[in-house]
Design a protein around this ligand. Structure first.
Ligand code: FPP
Length: 247
């Protein structure tokens, strides 16, 4: 039996988040520059998105560029921005063919103007697609998201729209960039690093974490299936006891 057949379609995570890591090391292993790794990482994004959509997973979010990634050498930042631009342009047909909506979260205003324009166009052109939402986290960090929400809350209080004692988890959640999505139930990180690296800090409160040694450019459908199977074998307790869950 293949890995895909081992997946219980009635217990799919509704939202998978991925920290795509290891592009640089993969390029080095192939005797190439880092950008070669990023370029090959696009295939892994495509494979993951198609596999998730085919299974019926409604939300997939990938960490494509972090707030901290701006500190990389300028040539690499520029190459990543160019790759992003080309990719969203090239993938529009595939997104529509697969009925996938493209979404983006992060400080999008800090991206090059042409990236912003292209991103907006592809988001507009795919907004009616309903099988899955693929969210690119771009110039994103979990702390950035929380600071933005805190600012919006402070503004609401200052304008008399709500009182400090009205602030609760639901209200804060509604002001995050992910307010339209359920929290990720499965977070995958590739390349054998065991960190969250400022990704979806609030949203992963109860996510199952899955780490694999596979470097991102090598990640294929079977790697996604393996992560989902692992997730399905875990007992999610949300603070309760094992006995309470089994009842
Ligand atoms: C991490 O590997 C990867 C990134 C910072 C960029 C991710 C980008 C892509 C997969 C390609 C473009 C994606 C889209 C959605 C168009 P790393 O460079 O940190 O690798 P290393 O840790 O081995 O150096």
């Amino acid at each position: 039996m293949g890995l895909k057949e081992q997946i219980d379609l009635t217990k799919l995570p509704q939202h998978i988040a991925i920290i795509m890591d290891g592009n640089g090391r993969w390029a080095k292993q192939h005797g190439q520059q880092r950008v070669f790794g990023h370029r090959n990482g696009v295939t892994a994004v495509r494979e993951s998105a198609e596999a998730a959509a085919e299974l019926g997973i409604p939300f997939l979010t990938v960490y494509a560029f972090s707030t901290e990634n701006w500190n990389r050498p300028k040539v690499e930042v520029n190459a990543l921005m160019k790759l992003l631009l080309q990719t969203i342009e090239n993938e529009l047909t595939t997104l529509n063919k697969n009925n996938i909506r493209l979404n983006a979260i992060g400080d999008l205003g800090s991206l090059p103007k042409e990236n912003q324009k292209k991103l907006q166009k592809v988001m507009d052109d795919t907004r009616h697609n309903s099988r899955m939402t693929l969210t690119l986290a771009l110039s994103y960090s979990g702390r950035w998201d929380l600071v933005e929400a805190a600012r919006a809350l402070a503004r609401k209080v200052a304008q008399g729209e709500c009182r400090p004692e009205d602030v609760d988890a639901d209200l804060l959640n509604s002001l995050l960039s992910t307010s339209e999505m359920p929290d990720p139930e499965l977070l995958i990180r590739t390349s054998g690093e065991y960190r969250i690296s400022n990704f979806l800090l609030w949203q992963i409160a109860y996510a199952e974490l899955y780490f694999t040694l596979t470097l991102w450019p090598d990640f294929r459908r079977d790697d996604l299936y393996a992560a989902i199977i692992d997730y399905q074998h875990r007992e999610r307790r949300f603070g309760k006891t094992s006995d309470q869950i089994k009842k």
